[in-house]
Design a protein around this ligand. Structure first.
Ligand SMILES: [Zn+2]
Length: 164
């Protein structure tokens, strides 16, 4: 994947930025575009006339835009989400790692009560719910909409919190 040329393309970077919802600087920055079956943001990068057009994972493109392409050389690297929100585009919530680390993280955290990976909707359902909640929220009400969309993925956890 020619990440360097894709990340350097101004129209690709502008289209990427237009699909990211940013609340606070330390919050997850949610993807508002297409979401894959695995819950990752997808975007068409590059230029059709130039023959460089292709659909890529939004957070990997974001990594190339914000952190450069050195870590992406060789192809064995995966960009992991420290926050475990697959659609998150906050550059501070990513780290470069490998597929095995990703699998081990998933297995270690998927059963934690209330955790993103324990969402009953799965990662794609969760990412779509948050995206749709932001897009439907009245201006200024996005934070409440996000909180409600996240909480809806943990119906039993919420009940437990209310009891105790
Ligand atoms: Zn995040």
């Amino acid at each position: 994947m020619p990440w360097q040329s894709l990340a350097a393309d101004p129209s690709t970077a502008a289209r990427y930025e237009a699909k990211v919802y940013r609340g606070g600087p330390t919050d997850c920055h949610w993807w508002l575009g297409a979401i894959s079956d695995s819950g990752h943001g997808k975007i068409r990068a590059g230029s059709r006339p130039a023959g460089t057009s292709r659909v890529v994972s939004a957070h990997v493109l974001g990594w190339a835009i914000h952190h450069g392409t050195d870590a992406l050389r060789g192809g064995a690297v995966v960009i992991r989400h420290i926050c475990d929100e697959t659609s998150c585009q906050n550059p501070e919530h990513w780290m470069a790692g490998d597929r095995l680390q990703n699998i081990l993280d998933f297995q270690a955290r998927r059963n934690l009560s209330g955790h993103a990976l324990a969402d009953v909707r799965g990662p794609a359902g969760r990412a779509v719910a948050v995206r749709d909640a932001i897009l439907a929220a009245a201006p200024g009400r996005e934070a409440d909409a996000i909180a409600a969309a996240l909480a809806a993925g943990h119906p039993s956890g919420d009940h437990q919190d209310a009891l105790w």
